[in-house]
Design a protein around this ligand. Sequence first.
Ligand code: FES
Length: 56
Amino acid sequence: MYVCLCHAITDTQIKQAVSQGDTSLKDVKKRLGVGDQCGKCTKMAALIIEQQLELE
Ligand code: FES
């Protein structure tokens, strides 16, 4: 599922970023660029990061 339409970033890519060591929206933003344009995806991205961190 696409989370960030501006950069065509999926939930799977965000989960992979967490698996590779990212622990915050800031980290994932730096790695993938999620949320750095319109910003509409940041809440959803943060939720996915939080859920993935609980699974790690
Ligand atoms: Fe992610 Fe616009 S949808 S920055």
